[in-house]
Design a protein around this ligand. Structure first.
Ligand code: GDP
Ligand code: MG
Length: 679
């Protein structure tokens, strides 16, 4: 026939001359992957079919009729063992195209490692390869193998599942690899035990295997059903019930051909979604991963010993390490920053590794190194809480140092707020960064940047609050100075009660306010106040200044004060002559006229006091009125009403009270003339 070996010892064979019936040894007995798969797929006419193809493979013990089954189902030309010669077929994985089907079929040929005592390496690898690369895996077994753990290759399945999960489990999860159908084909089914019972036994076995797998950390709770669908079928004895066998195989074949059947096996969910022209590369890759996977290699005696001893040595080193590191756990948990924690941790870690290296490095190097990595990971994860605790404590202590620094800097009268905050901030951040860098161990994925970020945020908040407090204090101080400055000028002017009294008061007020505002602005610059804050503060300052002026005016126009002002005004005109000399009334003096004149002049003052009204309109001052608002906690403030010192009624009342005082002077003056006559 047309066998032609290639450079790698792979064979391409063809029994008739059509390229579609050619078969290819995908993996040879040297465990090499063929370089011809890509061109073979093209020769099969499958290169350009896109996703329109399927892959099926078979798994099972030697000589259980696997090749026979495949040839019947798919019209392929795999070698079948010749009963008469009992000759072993070539080891490896073979592939055919299904006859008139867009299916790539893989047949596994091999020695039966268990029976022949050979190593199971090829068996395991080819099984894993089939499982990972095909959509449907036929698991072929004799009826009498059901329930026999070894006989049914269940032990092999365990390893294969385990490694499959480790290698491809995550990919399968994100949907990029889809699911796989495990189709159990029970051969030589006599029929005494119904298929349902056999199926139950196999399902229970598989579940048990799955539960006993050592699964990767992040796939701990994955179920068998997350990755695999199970299906079961049975075939009669090929020799004893030939016709029935052929008929049922034909029936089974329909499940691979007829898309409309409910039990059609090539469901879209099983497809690996690799376009046909990429299959060769994809499979080559899977084989590469399978080949290089360490978990499939049976450990040698040397490795077994190394595993045992390295584990022991590692746990001794770990115990000493744990003892050492315990000393600093308390203080960290109590919130203290441990001086030189990084140095300590570095020491404990390197001592543990040295101890391990000293004793373990004599053993199998691969195992020694792997266990060393494990140990290092354990050490680092034990130290990590100390590191994180240290960061937290550093954060706290740096923040309180910042607050203290700030308070100290703001103690005097003359300080630049922005400078004080800037200095304290730099000091605090440097302190944190230095501490964090010291505690950070090399070759870890630890970081402290996030903690620094949150520290920065808190510093910002503290500084902000402090700035607001300081601004408030400053505004209060300015207000106090303002009050002092306007006090005397207001008193003098209100005493004089000249016609331009309010002009003088208001112009003093305005000048003083201007000075206060510029004092505020000069300070606010060093506080880094925002424009909004400045607008608010200035508005508050203006209002408070105005209210301070009003308070001073109120004090100067209180009943007794204003009455005394009126009295002395009257006295000056009535009891003293134009030259300021006290009058001595004589009987022929015009007491009535003088009295009347002084009284009128004094009464004229009341309306002058009654309203804050300058004669020069340019001196008028105004403030926006505010409606009371519980949200911003502003009280009602009506500016125009603050201009009124005396209401109409009040003015009348004051006038009448003053008149009584004046009348008393008049009576006294009259009496004095009487007494002077009497003398
Ligand atoms: P493979 O090694 O699993 O591929 O098995 P083969 O297909 O090469 O078959 C091995 C031997 O078993 C051959 O002599 C077949 O004729 C025979 N055989 C195939 N199918 C059956 C079957 O269903 N029952 C029995 N009893 N023998 C079979
Ligand atoms: Mg075979």
């Amino acid at each position: 026939n047309g066998t032609k070996p290639n450079g790698l010892g792979h064979a391409i064979e063809n029994k008739d001359s059509s390229p579609t019936s050619e078969r290819l040894q995908v993996i040879n007995d040297e465990k090499n992957f063929t370089t011809h798969l890509s061109s073979q797929i093209e020769r099969w006419g499958l290169r350009d079919v896109g996703f329109n193809y399927n892959i099926v493979a078979v798994f099972g013990s030697q000589s259980t009729g696997k090749s026979t089954l495949l040839n019947r189902l798919f019209g392929t030309t795999f070698d079948v063992m010749d009963e008469t010669r009992r000759q072993q077929t070539t080891k490896g994985i073979w592939m055919c195209r299904g006859n008139d089907m867009s299916v790539m079929v893989m047949d596994v040929e091999g020695t039966d490692g268990r029976e022949r005592g050979e190593d199971q390496d090829f068996e395991r690898k080819s099984a894993l390869f089939s499982l990972a690369s095909s959509e449907v895996l036929l698991i072929n077994l004799w009826e009498h193998q059901v329930g026999l753990y070894q006989g049914a290759n269940m032990g092999l399945l365990k390893t294969v599942f385990e490694v499959n999960l480790g290698l491809f489990g995550k990919k399968a999860q994100d949907g990029s690899q889809g699911r796989t159908l495990l189709l159990f084909v029970i051969r030589d089914h006599i029929g005494v035990t119904p298929l349902a019972n056999l199926q139950a036994t196999l399902t229970a076995d598989l579940t048990k295997i799955w539960d006993s797998l050592s699964k990767p950390q992040d796939l701990q709770d994955r179920q068998l059903s997350d990755y695999f669908d199970l299906a079961f079928t049975a075939l009669p004895h090929k020799i004893l019930a030939t016709d029935k066998f052929e008929a049922e195989v034909q029936e089974l074949r329909k499940r691979f051909v007829d898309k409309n059947r409910d039990d059609f096996v090539f469901k879209p969910a099983y497809h690996k979604r690799i376009p046909a022209d990429g299959v060769a590369f994809y499979m080559d890759n899977i084989w590469e991963q399978v080949q290089t996977n360490k978990d499939l290699d049976l450990p040698t005696q040397q490795e077994l010993l190394a595993q045992f001893r390295c584990d022991e040595i590692s746990s001794v080193a770990l115990a000493e390490f744990t003892e050492q590191s315990k000393s600093q756990r308390r203080p960290i948990e109590a919130g203290r920053v441990v001086e030189c924690l990084g140095g300590l941790m570095r020491n404990w870690r390197s001592q543990a590794l040295e101890r391990y290296d000293r004793d373990a490095s004599r053993y199998h190097q691969g195992v020694y190194k792997r266990k060393r990595d494990d140990l290092l990971a354990v050490l680092d994860s034990a130290l990590s809480p100390l590191f994180l605790g240290q960061l937290k404590n550093l954060h706290k202590s740096c923040l309180s140092a910042f607050k203290k620094e700030l308070l100290e800097g703001l103690r005097g009268e003359e300080y630049n707020f922005a400078d004080v905050v800037g200095k304290a901030r730099t000091k605090c951040e440097t302190q944190f960064t230095d501490g964090a860098t010291e505690a950070l161990l090399e070759d870890t994925d630890w970081t402290w940047e996030d903690e620094l970020e949150s520290l920065r945020e808190e510093i910002g908040n503290v500084a902000d609050q402090c700035r607001k407090d300081e601004t408030k204090k400053m505004v209060n101080l300015i207000e106090r100075n303002f009050k002092k400055q306007i006090s005397e000028p207001v008193e003098i002017n209100l005493n004089k009660a000249a016609p331009d009294m309010w002009d003088n008061v208001l112009s003093t007020f305005k000048q003083t306010l201007e000075k206060a505002e510029s004092t505020y602005l000069a300070k606010a610059r060093s506080f880094n106040c925002t424009d909004d804050e400045n607008v608010t503060s200035l508005a508050a300052l203006r209002k408070r200044a105005w209210l301070a002026l009003r308070a001073k005016i109120d004090e100067q126009t209180a009943d007794t004060v204003i009455l005394s002002k009126l009295r002395s005004h009257f006295e000056e005109r009535f009891r003293y002559d134009d030259n300021g000399v006290p009058r001595v009334w004589r009987p022929d003096d015009d007491i009535d006229g003088a009295f009347k004149k002084a009284k009128e002049q004094t009464l004229d003052l009341i309306p002058r006091y009654a309203n804050i009204a300058p004669t020069d309109p340019s001196l008028e001052f105004t403030l926006p009125s505010e409606i009371s608002d519980p949200l911003t906690s502003t009280d009602e403030f009506d500016f125009s009403s603050t201009l009124v010192i005396f209401t109409e009624t009040k003015s009348i009342d004051l006038a009448s009270r003053f008149r009584k005082d004046a009348d008393a002077y008049y009576v006294e003056a009259k009496r004095s003339t009487v007494s002077s006559i009497a003398q």
